[in-house]
Design a protein around this ligand. Structure first.
Ligand code: HEC
Length: 138
């Protein structure tokens, strides 16, 4: 009898954990980070990448459904911290522009990344300050 009860508790625990991964209303930390990130995006990114994340074709690459952004988390962190110049192919279009370093700190970088990788149809695991710090050039 006690054994059956233990199994039931285990089952509920496992189900709860699995469910929390699939339902992002259960990720209050991500929600809060995205809210801060949205403000940062408006101040630092929107002029080029636009409010809808679509950029301007051929000039400013899109962040919305960007294969380039979503492919490599470390590269995405470094893109935000340090900017980039030279050729890059985003969703099949070649860009050869220049984005300056943003000057954002690790927390702001994590927040803006959480906003852009979870908006406009994008979906990604939460970026943390620790992950950003680990990706910084030493
Ligand atoms: C002055 C315009 C400008 C601003 C402001 C700007 N970017 Fe960019 N961004 C660019 C350009 C241009 C490129 C492409 C660079 C290249 O061709 O090498 C780029 C590339 C990117 C990429 C990689 C390509 C892609 O579309 O996935 C990401 C991610 C990105 N920017 C995020 C941001 C974020 C986040 C901010 C704000 C913190 C920001 N950018 C601010 C112009 C800008």
């Amino acid at each position: 009898m006690t054994r059956n009860f233990t199994w039931l508790i285990c089952l509920i625990a496992v189900a709860t954990v699995l469910f929390s991964f699939t339902d992002d209303t259960r990720q209050p930390d991500l929600k809060k980070s995205m809210q801060r990130g949205k403000v940062i995006y408006g101040n630092y990114c929107q002029t080029c990448h636009m409010q809808n994340g679509l950029g301007i074709e051929g000039v400013f690459p899109p962040l919305a459904k960007s294969d380039y952004l979503m492919a490599d988390r470390k590269r995405a962190i470094r893109q935000v911290l340090y900017g980039a110049s030279g050729k890059m192919v985003v969703n099949g279009k070649t860009y050869n522009g220049n984005m300056s370093p943003t000057g954002l700190n690790a927390k702001q970088t994590a927040d803006v990344l959480n906003y852009i990788t979870n908006s406009w149809g994008n979906k990604a695991k939460m970026f943390t300050v620790e992950e950003v710090k680990a990706a910084q050039k030493k």
